[in-house]
Design a protein around this ligand. Structure first.
Ligand code: SAM
Length: 279
């Protein structure tokens, strides 16, 4: 088979910056990413952004089935050649953000996500799985290095934020490998990292996922404000009610939301939910 670079050239492919097209070609790296995703011959893989198909091919070699979304139809001839002989690959030329995830999951059943994500849409894609997915076992995704740090951050660090707390409720998150910018064509301005998020049933149990989401949003609403003041602003609590809730959650006065680990945010969200402050 010809190298990806040669296929792209002979197809006259023009990279489109607006789609976050930074492709991988290194076979060892591609195979390592497929291994990071824990793929076996029983695994169904969902890839977002097939690009020139180099990662898709590496996934196909290890998986039972690979369903790959790609927004850019002009990659069709490139993918046809790059995936020749990969009988377990299916390319869907569609914007993943517009696909019906419920219908897709009904078709895939149990699956893992493995992708070199288009960076302009990284967080919305990840949050879609974190908040809506039912059959997803894990996400193994290439993201900008600083985004990877945010996803896996510890409470109280500058990188810790609402996205970290949302992920931590449902999944174990770790940086599987760092990938220098020189590994991509064209070369982006930042380094990257592969993050593995493995879903764990009841990792941090809550009475209401919606209440947890709203509590997290509130806790990080204004980083300069105390949690108490953010609670007043978000849920129209009286000062008295806010103090009562915080005391029941064993959270000291003057604490800022960003210092609270996800487990403590979960306890707070349960109390806000039970007392009817979040419906
Ligand atoms: N998987 C390839 C690789 O590793 O070389 C390509 C990765 S590249 C970073 C991201 C790919 O996602 C691009 O091919 C881009 O066209 C595609 N893409 C961008 N936005 C998308 C969307 N909303 N839905 C599906 N594919 C998208």
């Amino acid at each position: 088979m010809r190298e990806i670079n040669d296929i792209l050239k002979s197809c006259g492919f023009q990279f489109k910056k607006q789609f976050g097209q930074n492709f991988l070609t290194d076979k060892n790296l591609l195979s390592a990413i497929a291994a990071d995703a824990g793929i076996t011959k029983d695994t169904t893989v969902l890839e977002i952004g097939a690009g020139a198909g180099a990662l898709t091919r590496a996934l196909c070699e290890k998986a039972k089935r690979v369903v790959a979304f790609e927004i850019d139809r002009s990659l069709q001839p490139v993918l046809a050649e790059a995936l020749a002989g990969c009988d377990n690959a299916e390319i869907v030329f569609r914007d993943f953000m517009k696909c019906d995830l419920v219908a897709l999951e009904a078709e895939l059943k149990e699956y893992v996500v493995a992708a070199n994500l288009p960076y302009y849409v990284t967080t919305p894609v990840v949050m879609r799985f974190i908040e809506e997915a039912k059959g997803c076992k894990s996400l193994t995704v290439m993201v900008q290095e600083e985004v990877a740090e945010r996803f896996c951050a510890a409470a109280g660090t500058p990188e810790y934020g609402a996205v970290t707390a949302a992920i931590a409720r449902v999944a174990e998150c770790r940086v599987a490998r760092r990938v220098p910018r020189a590994m991509f064509i064209p070369r982006p301005n930042v380094d990257s990292a592969v993050v593995n998020m493995s879903f764990v049933k009841d990792r941090i149990p809550v009475k209401s996922a919606k209440a947890y989401r709203e509590t997290v949003r509130c806790a990080f609403l204004s980083r300069r404000k105390t949690l108490e003041n953010n609670l007043l602003a978000c849920f129209r609590l009286s000062r008295e009610q806010a103090k009562e809730i915080l005391s029941a959650a064993e959270i000291a006065e003057g604490v800022r939301g960003e210092t609270l680990p996800p487990e403590r945010l979960a306890r707070l969200s349960d109390l806000l939910f039970e007392k009817g402050h979040i419906k």
